[in-house]
Design a protein around this ligand. Sequence first.
Ligand SMILES: [Mn+2]
Length: 326
Amino acid sequence: MQDMLQHIAELIKEKDGFTVITHVSPDGDALGSSLALYAALLQMGKHAQVVCQDEVPRAYRFLPRAEAVLLPENALQTEYAISVDCADKQRLGTAAALFDAAKETANIDHHGTNIGFAVRNAVNAKAAAAGEMIAVLLSMLPVTVDKAIATCLYTAIMTDTGNFAYNNTKPETLRTAAALLAAGADNTDIHRRIYATVPFAKQKLLGKALAAMRLYADGKICMTGLTLADFAACHAEKPDSDGIVERLRDIEGVEIAAFIREQEAGVYKISMRSKMAADVSRVAGELGGGGHKHAAGGTVYGTLAQTEEKTLALCERALKEVWKEL
Ligand SMILES: [Mn+2]
């Protein structure tokens, strides 16, 4: 991995005119990593720009130079393009055209499924975040990690490790985070902005979902649902329901959590989580969807009551399959 990053460091040192591209629906790692790389390029006196198909979500607009992130239609074609945190070319969205038309390309990513779609590829599935890789790359360049860069990289690593809680958090991850704190990242401020700043509508929607939740199967299944009318009553939108299903899963004794959301009249999206042994991806498969053992989703056409009934029956079956292990 060091060699691959070195190869990209050489490109940056020798050339000029870079487009840093990150993925559609950008998260903290996508924006933190690409803005840190952008700041480093500017510090080296390079011509550079950051491009993303989608606008920077409100929660990440505090990142230094977030306002500089360009939509593809406002960007210039440059000779060199570097993708950050993108597992494949599709993740570049409409910014892929800028990538394809570049003279030379690089790809810096931490997804194990990345097959290396650029000329120079640095892919490290052991890195907790693309931000961890950017930190190594910057150490190979004549760049000082200032407060702005430290803020971006700390945010990248913090968000992709779930505030340093997921099992991708390694000793090296914390050593990097420690160096970023020393370089001026304000961990308390970043944490407050990311984890402790919730829109009123989102909190109100959560309240509605929690008030309607029910336990089944001796307390091992927890389910709730929200209709379009519930969203309207809270002045909430679809992204405001993110995180609800995890709150159900976190309840003591619950093994399977199911959150049902009316997407449009008569169409219900089901998000499921399992805690230990149950495989919700198989339930999702029966609901025309898919996912992983512990996180999956599907769709039901009908009424909310029918959706609940169908989902509950499938979840009960998934629970019976692993009953002895619980
Ligand atoms: Mn990432």
